[in-house]
Design a protein around this ligand. Structure first.
Ligand SMILES: Cc1ncc(COP(=O)(O)O)c(C=O)c1O
Length: 370
């Protein structure tokens, strides 16, 4: 098997993948309307459902697109006939507000601090004091802006009490952090192929509760119409429009590798990398935003060092020339950069990153006492 140059991606996806996933894309050309390809699609779809739900009551609908397509599909296909509460405690919650606004949906924002857990009693009274009942609620599971892990189980209970249908953007938690849609009262979940699944970018994933999905809706969209995509797939085993053929082959391989490793074991590996990262940056005198008990252990927003010679771009370029990619921050009013620890990485890769970080800090004259 040919070896592909290995880069350490510490951005929050697309993540570092195995060579076997990369090479799974090299297949004989095939028309995706062939039965053989339909079988691969059915395998992928049913395996993805089984990661978070039972396939009798839930199903997975796939789109060609990045993760945002799944979020947009749920909001515009399902949540267009009632009031939506959108929880905004980071850039991806804010993005859901922007999508709702773009479609002219009936929505209200529930704002919560980016580095603190959601106050559940306040959320409950916000919902109960709305001028009309909330039909829907949308929340991000792991806010990739900071690594803040929202308590979707408790939010699910609040939704149940208020007869509110809940969707969760699980883009950066799916396939690592355990989710049980039925126990957590999640009706719709959005994910993508290129984060913890460790596949290639290009498949957008919606896991949906069948009885909610099958309710009749007036379509507000076309390409992203969730019901039409579901119905077509059920009848034919195909997407309505051209699928990302080679990315689906890679996704099948990524799912096989996930099952070999186990979701729990994958999260343990990620957690080990995270513990290594936190111990290392703390030793170097850096601070991160979210307390460990509310942290996803998947991505960390780190406060930039107070040092005149520090510059994110030059630090990024230094790492990039060493085969490592780090990510800029996404917080207003606080300078931060981000390090994710997902993908086909181990704590040894994080140790390597920390050694280089120490060298970079020595070069720019930053010391922990600064
Ligand atoms: C929580 C969350 N939602 C949505 C997205 C958007 O995904 P994409 O860039 O694949 O559209 C991301 C990407 O990082 C994310 O972390």
């Amino acid at each position: 098997m040919p070896k592909v140059k290995r880069n350490i991606l510490l951005n929050p996806g697309p993540a570092t993948t195995t060579d076997t996933v990369k090479l799974a894309q090299i297949v004989p050309d095939i028309c995706p309307r062939e039965k053989e390809f339909g079988e691969i699609m059915r395998f992928v779809s049913s395996e993805l459902t089984s990661l978070v739900a039972d396939s009798e009551h839930y199903t997975t609908v796939l789109f060609c697109g990045s993760g945002t397509a799944a979020v947009e599909s749920i909001l515009s296909s399902i949540m267009n006939d009632g009031l939506i509460v959108i929880i905004n405690n980071g850039a991806y919650g804010k993005r859901m507000c922007e999508i709702a606004e773009a479609y002219g949906l009936d929505w209200v924002e529930y704002r919560s601090p980016v580095d603190q857990p959601i106050q559940l009693d306040q959320l409950q009274s916000f919902i109960q004091n709305l001028p009309r009942p909330a039909s829907y609620l949308a929340v991000v599971h792991n806010e990739t802006t900071t690594g803040l892990l929202n308590d979707i189980e408790s939010i699910g209970s609040i939704c149940k009490e208020n007869n509110t249908t809940m969707m969760v953007d699980a883009m950066s938690s799916f396939a690592a952090i355990p989710i049980q849609m039925s126990n957590m009262n999640v009706s719709f979940l959005a994910a993508s192929s290129n984060k913890n699944l460790q596949g290639m970018a290009g498949v957008s994933i919606v896991v949906a509760k069948k009885d909610e999905l099958e309710k009749e809706k007036k379509p507000a969209n076309y390409y992203l119409n969730l019901y039409a995509q579901y119905k077509h797939f059920k009848e034919t085993g195909q997407m309505r429009f051209t699928p990302p053929v080679q990315t689906i082959y890679a996704l099948r391989q990524a799912i096989i590798e996930l099952k070999e490793e186990g979701v729990k074991e994958r999260y343990e590996r990620y957690s080990q990398s995270w513990e290594t990262l936190i111990a290392g940056i703390t030793k170097l005198g850096l601070h991160h935003l979210v307390a460990p008990e509310h942290h996803s252990k998947i991505i960390t927003a780190i406060v930039e060092p107070a040092c005149e010679a520090y510059d994110f771009e030059s630090m990024h370029d230094y790492f990039y020339s060493n085969g490592i990619t780090i990510y800029p921050g996404k917080l207003n009013g606080l300078n931060s950069f981000r390090v994710a620890n997902i993908g086909d990485l181990t704590k040894e890769d994080i140790e390597h990153f920390l050694t280089l970080l120490e060298t970079y800090f020595q070069r720019i004259g930053f010391h922990s006492a600064d």
